[in-house]
Design a protein around this ligand. Structure first.
Ligand SMILES: C[S@@+](CC[C@H](N)C(=O)[O-])C[C@H]1O[C@@H](n2cnc3c(N)ncnc32)[C@H](O)[C@@H]1O
Length: 412
């Protein structure tokens, strides 16, 4: 098969999402497939972020990275400090063609909330105290309830405009802003339909996905916050900045319908939803070719491939080509068989070690066919949604796991 970088996304008609008793929803094939069949080819994520540290070294469109050298980036930052650098005119035109000038302005606006001088954070004590809480959900809801009450206090919201985000928060806020902007674009495109029509091929999609697809992804909020309780503060902080900058009064000269929609979409529910699908579903954007030394440049959420479960003996491999992700069968797949990828390089390990790695890194007890065969029937546990994304804030703690994540679903 021949692919080009601007080819549209593709999903094999045989791919079907089915519910399983032990590992949630997952893809099955409703026909036999031969090795080398491309079953999913997704041109772009629904939302993504390149970490600030790499922003001036990575092409914003094709994610080319040359070990920190910048000479190939011939197109300077598109907006005022928007953090958009490109290889050439073609990459710039592709990015602008998909995203539009308005997103450049929004990203520039968000960057003004980035703290110039980063400060260290020491939340160890808080985190340890909070980890003892039995009911993490109550802790999360409590934090958001305070934010909801504060949103009603006009004076306070005005003060939020002066809030500054640290690099970690600003990078995540960028991903949330892009997701909500795409949602606004989608709603705009629906508004263009004749009254009464419920759907149309003209509706804007990103990587074949709508906001409904994006928000239907498994939430990793509880698992992420139970491991890193201090993240709740970062999340509320992100909401406060997005709300005060894009969710309140519009600039007097604003005529853009998308911008007006975006204002309505900056809600606690939507921001929290976008934040909750990142862990467990995002694919790390890693320097290629992947080696032990590869840098993690950012992450993207691709809702359609997020339904691949992990298998310790996968029948599908993932290939990244720029911002495209392709999924190709590695052996014969029988009619009705589950199609899975590997979330990490665990295949060569023994059962115990594999399960430990997946539990430590992704918080689930692996119930794949390989582990079930090796582990017998003593191990199955009921399916509990879990978190897979390795939080950059925890990079030092989890750098080994991040390396593992380099080869994983919600990892690369
Ligand atoms: C990217 S999602 C895959 C889709 C997910 N099953 C769903 O229902 O949305 C990753 C999550 O699926 C589940 N999962 C994936 N592979 C698994 C496996 N081999 N064993 C148990 N759970 C698995 C875990 O909850 C994991 O956090």
């Amino acid at each position: 098969m021949f692919w080009t970088n601007d080819a549209p996304s593709y999903k094999h008609p045989a791919l079907e999402v089915k519910q399983t008793p032990f590992s949630g929803r997952t893809y099955h094939s409703n026909c036999a497939l031969t090795p080398g069949s491309c079953i999913l080819d997704i041109a772009t994520p629904y939302a993504d972020t390149i970490y600030k540290h790499f922003r001036t070294e990575v092409c914003a469109e094709c994610w080319r990275y040359d070990g920190g050298r910048r000479t190939f980036l011939t197109m300077r930052d598109l907006g005022e400090n928007a953090g958009l650098f490109f290889c050439n005119d073609q990459c710039k035109a592709s990015w602008l063609g998909r995203e539009g000038e308005e997103l450049v302005e929004l990203l520039s606006g968000l960057e003004t909330a980035r703290r110039r001088k980063q400060q260290g954070k020491d939340k160890q004590t808080d985190a340890q105290a909070i980890l003892k809480l039995e009911d993490i959900e109550q802790y999360i809801v409590g934090a958001w309830d305070v934010a909801r009450r504060d949103t009603m206090r006009v004076k306070l919201v005005r003060q939020w405009k002066t809030l500054q985000l640290d690099d970690f928060e600003a990078d995540i806020a960028r991903y949330v802003l892009i997701a909500l902007y795409h949602y606004a674009r989608e709603l705009d495109s629906q508004g263009l339909d004749a009254p009464g029509s419920c759907c149309s091929s003209s509706h804007v999609r990103f990587g074949m996905a709508s906001w409904d697809d994006f928000s239907a992804l498994q939430s990793g909020e509880q698992q992420q916050i139970s491991k890193f309780p201090e993240l709740v503060n970062d999340h509320v902080h992100i909401y406060q900045v997005l709300h005060s900058r894009f969710g309140t009064l519009l600039p007097p000269d604003c005529v853009s319908p998308t911008r007006k929609r975006l204002k309505e979409l900056i809600t606690i529910e939507n921001v929290r939803k976008a934040l909750s699908v990142d862990p467990g579903n995002s694919f790390g954007i890693w320097e290629v070719p992947i080696t032990e030394e590869s840098e993690g440049l950012g992450f993207g959420v691709y809702p359609i491939p997020s339904f691949f479960n992990h298998n310790c003996s996968p029948n599908v491999r993932k290939e990244r080509d720029g911002r495209r992700l392709r999924f190709v069968t590695t052996r014969d797949v029988a009619l009705g068989e589950e199609v899975c990828i590997s979330y990490g390089h665990v295949e060569a390990m023994g059962l115990e070690q594999r399960r430990k790695e997946l539990m430590d890194g992704w918080f689930f007890c692996c119930q794949c066919s390989q582990c079930m065969t090796e582990g017998g029937s003593t191990s199955p546990t009921r399916f509990v949604p879990v978190s897979l994304h390795i939080c950059p804030r925890a990079h030092n703690v989890l750098s080994g796991l991040q390396r593992l994540a380099a080869r994983c679903v919600p990892g690369t």
